[in-house]
Design a protein. Structure first.
Length: 290
């Protein structure tokens, strides 16, 4: 038995940090949006109980430290599963990019192994398991456009009527999410986004208003150290973007365009600059509708 899943990346259409719990997790309010950039995972059921993972990228760990393997082990232990799995990962989503690349692979593992091992778990049950391994995984299981609250696990679907095109650009740097949040804790947030206003604009299909309201409180922290993020944003905005933003803790930039031809112009301008080796012309997507 074999199952193949696409694991879609995400961007943040606004990100606010409201506080910090005693256990160190930050309380957030943000809007998550899948984009049409994805990893492909293939799962084959085995009878030996072993979990083996192979990846097309030598920098990806394939041992028990990988979230995919952690998901498999968690399900085996909780439900007494005697099956194993051979898993192949084709990685396309940039690593350490603020795009939930690891979390979305973990989410794909939950969905695939639920079917492969015939566990019969609902999305709600999968999400309850998933938050124990990572705050972004429940969103990646549900997908689409969603308001994300709590530590990221409280999800409210948004009927996204906003239509736009995207350029996604990752500079050749790696940013530690832990470092960004530690830095944030030692500074004062001077501007909080109105996430409810972003949500309303998305629901009404008002792309300009959506862009006017989007703000990521982590961006000032990351861009203070990595100026290249602002340089990429300027190139995109100078070449027709409605606006450009950093996603997550960075360093990836996404720019919103109101038509595909202008998006292509922005894409080519960043490509010519050489500032972002990983560069994508893409669009928002709802994986449940694909």
């Amino acid at each position: 038995m074999e199952i193949t899943k696409k694991a879609y990346a995400k961007i943040n259409l606004g990100l606010d940090v409201l506080g910090k719990r005693d256990d160190g997790y930050h309380l957030v309010k943000m809007i998550m949006q899948n984009v049409d950039i994805y990893d492909t995972l293939t799962f084959r059921r085995t009878t030996d109980g072993k979990i083996t993972l192979r990846a097309n990228d030598d920098t990806i760990p394939v041992d028990d430290s990988n979230l995919i393997c952690k998901v498999a082990k968690q399900l085996q232990e909780k439900y007494g599963v005697t099956y194993g799995a051979e898993i192949e990962l084709v990685k396309r989503i940039p690593v350490a990019a603020g795009m939930a690349g690891g979390s979305t692979d973990g989410a794909a593992a939950y969905r695939a192994l639920n079917d492969l091992w015939e566990l019969g778990l609902s999305d709600k049950e999968l999400c309850e398991l998933a938050v124990k391994l990572g705050a972004d995984i429940p969103y990646c299981i549900v997908g689409g456009t969603a308001l994300s609250e709590g530590i990221g696990e409280v999800l409210t679907p948004i009927d996204g009527k906003a239509k736009y095109h995207l350029v996604v650009a990752k500079p050749d740097i790696m940013v530690s999410t832990g470092w960004v949040y530690t830095e944030l804790d030692s500074t004062e947030i001077t501007r909080h986004p109105d996430i409810d206003a972003v949500k309303a604009a998305i629901s009404e299909g008002d792309v300009k208003r959506m862009c006017d309201e989007i703000h990521n409180v982590l961006e000032p922290v990351t861009t203070a150290k990595y100026r290249v993020i602002k340089d990429i944003e300027k190139i995109l905005e100078d070449n027709g973007a409605v606006k450009a933003f950093m996603t997550g803790s960075g360093p990836t930039v996404f720019a919103v365009f109101d038509n595909e031809n202008t998006a292509k112009k922005g894409f080519e301008a960043v490509k010519k600059s050489g500032l972002a080796p990983q560069l994508f012309l893409t669009k928002p997507i709802d994986p449940t509708q694909v």
